[in-house]
Design a binder for this molecule. Structure first.
Ligand SMILES: [Ca+2]
Ligand SMILES: [Ca+2]
Length: 116
């Protein structure tokens, strides 16, 4: 079995908002076919989904403290499971927040820098 290493990668992937492939803007003119990154993400999700019911339970992520900590945030409909859609939404939200924080930081830096 070599799943442990792979699952650790998945955990890192989720928390890191899963790369640009996962967090594409929904209004982007993207092709309907899954991207290479998304196909991999789906594969990784299935690997994390030990019992194959199409969603991640708290038990399934308990080996990964960072995933477990993010579980409530990702489980937006509060059914106790994180679906693939919820993971995607979480990744997108995560990226949005990061972008906002970056924009705010840039605005603050611009405001505090002396004008020539
Ligand atoms: Ca499951
Ligand atoms: Ca849910």
């Amino acid at each position: 079995m070599h799943t442990h290493l792979t699952l650790s990668c998945v955990a890192a992937l989720w928390i890191a908002a899963c790369s640009a492939a996962w967090a594409q803007a929904p209004d982007a003119d993207a092709p309907p076919a899954p991207t290479k990154g998304e196909a991999k993400a789906q594969r990784d999700f299935k690997m994390l989904d030990f019992n194959g019911d199409g969603k991640l339970s708290r038990t399934e992520v308990q080996l990964f403290p960072r995933l477990a900590a993010a579980f409530d945030d990702a489980d937006t409909d509060r059914d106790g499971y994180v679906s693939y859609e919820e993971v995607r939404a979480f990744a997108a939200k995560h990226r949005e927040q990061r972008d906002q924080q970056r924009a705010a930081a840039q605005a603050a830096a611009a405001a505090s820098s002396p004008r020539p």
